[in-house]
Design a protein around this ligand. Structure first.
Ligand code: COS
Length: 382
């Protein structure tokens, strides 16, 4: 649902203040501790952040894609790990259920997802199914009123906290590729489901990814999401949406880094003047600003097209491709503008430089976005 302009302004203002006053002062500590304080998670719940995209009837804010992206930009103005705490509930962990769930499935899970009582996770990736996500090897064998799941999922965001997984598993081994894959809502406490230790990562400390192992996990057949064999399409449509959300976060990080660069360059003196007076510094700021504006225009236009009911697979891939590459360049220039101060930990610039690297990889690598863009462009004839 699209918000009226006043409500939208109020929401954005609330999120901006929360980010500025509450989250930004905690960035270094969260990175150090590799954990977000429990009271901050409770405040996020109170603000409704876990339910941004969940329909109102189930207790969420039911934001349009455009409004969600505007909020995503605000959330990008701090360490991306904070957003990750509720990012799966807003995006890949809930949207399969929102788009393809039965009334009974939605009534059972969505209120808890919207409030943050249920943490969700999206289990598609496997050791042999990363970019080639149709090559899912996890098996789902029908046994009466159950499916029995066996296999291993890898790099699953929020798996260590998740109560509910959307799991893609092969229900028909005679069909290779996406056609033999079904999606399931799998509760964490089912016997045989275990979660590995969080991986040590390059950045985004405070956000976690783990293996999820299924050892004869009996999932009630009523927890299948969508029709049998439709699981790959469920996953792809969830990702179409998720890619726009990630684009918005990339834009927010770029805007944050630009503000940091402008402040630092105005203060830092060399050759007897603030370095902001030097045109080579200005050139870097101009390039970063221009690219951030382009990414924002693409992302918002695509979000509005999606809200209008258009298929945006190609445009969402293009937005994610450009925005994630863009924020990599902006972070690189930020280190350059800060110089030695950007390379040491004190200003947090090197931390952002590491944090943004994953944007070019998760929810589809840049190379996968290129494949999606090229295929669709060739299909359309240009
Ligand atoms: N929406 C709806 N349906 C889609 C779709 C989309 N965005 N993308 C593909 N499909 C459908 C196709 O229409 C096709 O259906 P039919 O068999 O009925 O024709 C089916 O899914 C298979 O599609 P395709 O042939 O394009 O599959 P490929 O194996 O070639 O792979 C890519 C497609 C590479 C685009 C896909 O595997 C992908 O996105 N990989 C990256 C996955 C990813 O983002 N992983 C990140 C981890 S999850 S956080």
């Amino acid at each position: 649902m699209a918000l009226d302009l006043e409500t939208r302004e109020q929401l954005i203002d609330t999120v901006r203040r929360f980010v500025t006053e509450r989250l930004r002062p905690l960035e270094a500590q969260v990175s150090e501790d590799d954990a977000i304080p429990g009271e901050v998670i409770e405040e996020m719940k109170g603000l409704g952040l876990f339910g941004l995209s969940i329909p109102e009837e189930y207790g969420g804010l039911d934001l349009s894609m455009e409004d969600e992206c505007l909020v995503g930009v605000e959330l990008g103005r701090t360490s991306p790990a904070f957003r990750s705490a509720f990012g799966t509930n807003v995006g890949i962990g809930s949207q399969g259920l929102v788009m393809f769930g039965t009334e009974a499935q939605k009534a059972k899970y969505l209120p808890g997802i919207a409030s943050g009582e249920i943490i969700t996770s999206f289990a598609l990736t496997e050791p042999e199914a990363g970019s080639d996500s149709a090559n899912v090897q996890t098996r789902a064998i029908r046994d009466g009123d159950f499916y029995v799941l066996n296999g291993t999922k890898r790099f699953i965001t929020n798996a260590n906290k998740a109560d509910l997984f959307t799991v893609m598993a092969r229900s028909d081994p005679s069909k290779p590729g996406g056609g033999g894959v079904s999606a399931f809502l799998v509760e964490r406490n089912l016997p045989g489901l275990s979660v590995g230790k969080p991986e040590k990562k390059m950045g985004q400390q405070g956000a976690h990814i783990c293996d999820v192992i299924f050892d004869n996990v009996r999932v009630p057949a009523e927890n299948r999401l969508g029709a049998e064999g439709e699981g790959f399409k469920v996953a792809m449509q969830v990702l179409d949406r998720g890619r726009l959300h990630i684009s918005a976060v990339c834009i927010g990080v770029a805007e944050r880094l630009l503000a940091d660069c402008v402040a630092y360059a105005s203060e830092r003196k060399q050759f007897g003047q603030a370095i902001s007076g030097f045109q080579l510094i200005q050139g870097m700021i101009a390039d970063s600003k221009t690219e951030a504006l382009v990414a924002k225009a693409m992302t918002m236009e695509t979000a509005r097209a999606r809200d209008a009911g258009k298929s945006v697979t190609m445009e969402a891939a293009a937005a994610k491709y450009f925005a994630s590459e863009m924020v990599g360049r902006v972070a690189d220039r930020a280190v350059q503008i800060f110089g030695g101060a950007g390379y040491v930990a004190d200003h947090g610039i090197e931390r952002f430089y590491r944090d943004v690297r994953i944007f070019r990889i998760y929810e589809g690598t840049s190379q996968i976005q290129q494949v999606v863009i090229a295929r669709e462009t060739m299909k359309r004839g240009g």
